[in-house]
Design a protein around this ligand. Sequence first.
Ligand code: URA
Length: 252
Amino acid sequence: MALQRLDKIIASAGRYSRREVAERVRRGEVLVNGAPARTAAQKADPEVDVIAVSGETVVWKAVRWIMMNKPSGVLSATEDRRDSTALDLLPEEYRRMGLFPAGRLDKDAVGLLLLTNDGTYAHRVISPGSHVWKEYYVETEGTLRPEHCREMERGIRLKDMQCLPAGLEILQTEGPGKALVTVREGKFHQVKRMMAALNCPVLFLKRLAIGGLRLDEALAPGQWKELTEEEAESVFRPGSEGKTPDAVKLNK
Ligand code: URA
């Protein structure tokens, strides 16, 4: 196993954040093979070295990030008695890794679903304070008009909540609507509710991007791939709220 930073190894076990690890290293509470760690950046081999924090041995697990092109009809959940879930689409060995979706997609929605076994990472993706932009391609009943864009930019008022300003880029100006929607919150049925408030109910919803991470359009519905740490971190790339490049296909 390649050497990794101590704070990364310990944080991946889920109990301490990297900042907390640094604090405990300073207090001399982190031991590597019985010797106090010098810094949180110190390297160790998680499969060989015995690491302990405040007297407890760290049980290490390899952090995984999966990009899936979720098909319609599949739940973004780990298990369900009736319906098939995103986890069911993974091979047996991956189903034992403690993976779960970092952010939901409705059963009938398709596109980019992130799965991870890193609770800290998932929290950074999902937590409302992170303001990670999500981009969706939508098809709607009813024609989309420029005033809808302005309403989205002002922030849609729903019965029970005030939405943050969102983006609407209309791709089809006549007949049923086709558009890109960008939102930076992830409340239940958020995009569907926003579009319904504009009298343009969603007929089709596909997530194209989470922050700077775009769906790999080479993945057919139901297919998935592992991401590198760098790819997973691209979610948080500053300025990643940009529009979908023309090259991105909108095929279902
Ligand atoms: N907004 C929705 O309405 N549904 C989703 O699945 C994601 C965002």
